[in-house]
Design a protein. Structure first.
Length: 513
């Protein structure tokens, strides 16, 4: 006799498997929640609804549809299919038996989609996994560092490097060569530094990866800087400037001529700020030209020129050339020598608006820097319109930040009162245990007026200019103090990004904007 199971069956439907990535991307459809009784499906608002019939067949039960705008849909697509991590144990075993790299250069498209690859070669999956993980975490740079005992991959997230992967040292040549192939560099040349670029997409999100190689004792070090093209689309209002500083910047950017400078260390967001200004000016009625090293973001409607010192194309040579192209607005990537400074000043005096950066610690330092480069004080006073210094500090995760009464040691660096309520980083699942999520800017600004011009003509030193300017405007230290008191960052973060003597406030300096 055949026994039959007559126990009650569990009729609860199981979760629906995700759609294949290629299908989801091609038809602009995505399963958001496959465990719900009615499967939640996202459809891009301009997609063909007929595809829902196939999704219904795949789900095997009723579906509910949400229509998403293109930008939001592409973000969700990247999050859904790009959330997998990288397993160092699995990759170590697979890479040790990897084949030679001869075939890796075949068929690499101009902008490969990290989520849409049918190549199962371990080294290819590893590189794709590293890039996808870096983008998912919001990393700005990927460091691939070969040592005698290991190959270490570190990610710079919110300005801080953290180790993401450690592999056997023997796989370093495989990984380095694959990256060089993707960047179209010479894989046979290991003795000299090389620079290249990789065009990528992640679920429809356009990315540009700048690749730099450097010979080292353990092999070639590789640093990849991830440039998100969406950053080039930020408007002035997206920069996080306080309202009064934003008004000053918007006013200066619309002047017909003069020089606007943004200063700060590498990675402080200077280029993003300048591009936000250029986007405002790129209205089709102006000829906007740039000379950069390198061109970080491609922007339609703006003429962008790459510096190439090997053939004599320096900032000065490029600036001199584009001034013969009938420009209205000129952006120079950096003023670093007397010749560039002199041409920039002359361009501003002859009816051009010039935007540029200078590497100084603060806004006042930019004025003395230009004087040190040989710009006459009377020319500087006539041409300079605005100088802005900026830094980026890690922002506290608002889900886990804890209030805390400041001790004397914590209060002293920023001039806070003891027992002032500040916030400290704790760490949770939302911030990956770091206590921080994203970064926020702090700014100081000098708007050149007649009284400041008089000081510049008189050759006033930095201290005199700082006391004059920051008696009315917030400086970097007071801007950082405001963020700490608002619970947006920590005292340690604020002190970390400020130079030691910037914590001394001018008399009557305002706390913030």
């Amino acid at each position: 006799m055949v026994e039959r199971d007559i126990s009650p069956k569990d009729t609860t439907p199981g979760p629906v498997a995700p759609l294949p990535y290629a299908f989801a991307k091609r038809h602009s459809v995505l399963i958001l929640d496959g465990a719900a009784p009615e499967v939640m499906v996202a459809l891009r608002d301009d997609a063909d609804p007929a595809v829902l019939t196939e999704v219904r067949r795949h789900a095997g039960r009723a579906i509910a549809v949400r229509f998403l705008p293109t930008k939001e849909f592409e973000a969700r697509l990247g999050e859904t299919y790009g959330s997998g991590g990288i397993d160092s144990g699995v990759m170590s075993g697979e890479l040790e038996g990897a084949a030679d790299l001869g075939a890796l250069s075949d068929g690499i498209p101009d902008a490969a989609d990290l989520l849409d690859t049918n190549d199962d070669a371990p080294v290819i999956r590893l590189i794709n996994g590293i890039l996808a993980e870096a983008i998912r975490r919001g990393a700005s740079d990927i460091h691939v560092e070969p040592f005698e005992t290991a190959l270490v991959v570190r990610l710079r997230v919110d300005g801080v490097l953290t180790e993401a992967l450690r592999l056997p040292a023997k796989v370093a040549p495989l990984v380095t060569s694959r990256i060089k192939v993707m960047a179209r560099l010479d894989i046979a040349e290991r003795r000299i530094p090389q620079d290249g670029r990789i065009g990528l997409t992640l679920g429809g999100r356009q990315l540009d990866v700048r690749v730099s190689t450097l010979p080292a004792r353990g092999g070639e070090r590789v640093v990849m800087r991830i440039l998100d093209k969406e950053q080039a689309e930020l408007g002035l209002g997206d920069l996080g400037l306080p309202s009064d500083l934003l008004a000053h910047f918007a006013e200066a950017i619309t002047e017909p001529n003069g020089i606007i400078l943004v200063t700060g260390p590498t990675g402080s967001g200077k280029t993003t700020t300048l591009y936000s200004g250029l986007r405002m000016l790129n209205d089709g009625q102006r000829n906007v030209l740039t000379v950069e090293d390198p061109v970080e973001y491609a922007v339609d409607g703006i003429g962008q020129t790459q510096v190439n010192t090997k053939v004599g194309m320096s900032f000065a040579a490029g600036l001199r050339a584009i001034l013969r192209q009938d420009p209205d607005v000129v952006m120079v990537g950096e003023i670093r020598d007397h010749e560039t400074a002199e041409i920039a000043v002359q361009a501003s005096l002859t009816g051009h608006l010039v935007l540029s950066t200078v590497h100084t610690n603060d806004a006042v330092g930019a004025i003395t820097r230009l004087r040190d480069l040989g710009v006459e004080p009377f020319l500087l006073a006539s041409s300079l319109r605005l100088v802005m210094a900026q830094r980026l500090v890690r922002a506290l995760c608002q889900a886990c930040a804890q209030p805390h009464s400041a001790s004397a040691a914590e209060a002293a660096p920023l001039g806070l009162d003891t027992e002032t309520t500040i916030y400290v980083a704790k760490g949770c699942n939302q911030c990956g245990g770091s206590g921080f999520r994203g970064r926020v800017g702090i700014f100081e600004m000098i708007r050149v007026d007649q009284s400041l011009r008089d000081l510049m003509l008189a050759g006033a030193d930095e201290g005199v200019i700082a006391r004059h300017v920051f008696s009315r405007m917030p400086n970097l230290s007071s801007s950082a103090r405001r963020l700490v008191m608002e619970g947006r960052t920590t005292v340690a973060e604020a002190v970390r990004i400020l130079r030691k003597d910037s914590t001394t406030e001018p008399e009557n300096a305002p706390v913030g904007a």
